[in-house]
Design a protein around this ligand. Sequence first.
Ligand SMILES: [Zn+2]
Length: 172
Amino acid sequence: MGVRSILIHPDPRLRKVAARVEAVDDGVRALAEDMLATMYDAPGIGLAATQLGVMKQVFVMDCAGKEEEPQPMVLLNPEILWRSEETETSEEGCLSIPEVYADVTRAARVGLRWLGLDGEIREQEFGERWAICAQHEIDHLNGRLFIDYLSAVKRTMITSRMKKLKREKARA
Ligand SMILES: [Zn+2]
């Protein structure tokens, strides 16, 4: 399939909790491939399956710097084992909420456990952009968006802006 279309907020599918992946089969492998293609095409540094309307616990990310080699990662059934007490506030955006950026405070480092595409369970510590991105994507798999961390007033403003954007897109 390749590049798939990304759901734009508000959409009920972005608010659902994704189901665990039971087996790494061809369907999951194809989904991961499409997710990476869609993320790089956007372009973005992370994408959750729920953003494509697929209710599975899968996310992809590549937070490598512009000067670095690409470092694509695919994480199935990701779990946060621990979060650092130290926090980091950074400007976040989301492919499902285009052109909206806001500061969000999250744990600066996290320990994750996930299932790899090779069927192996992995554990790793993430810091910097990787930690922020992973927390943002895991939120997606739980039906949570970064705008949920903002004030209700801001969230309502952003949601109306997105509704307008979707109406304009539908007309075009
Ligand atoms: Zn997002």
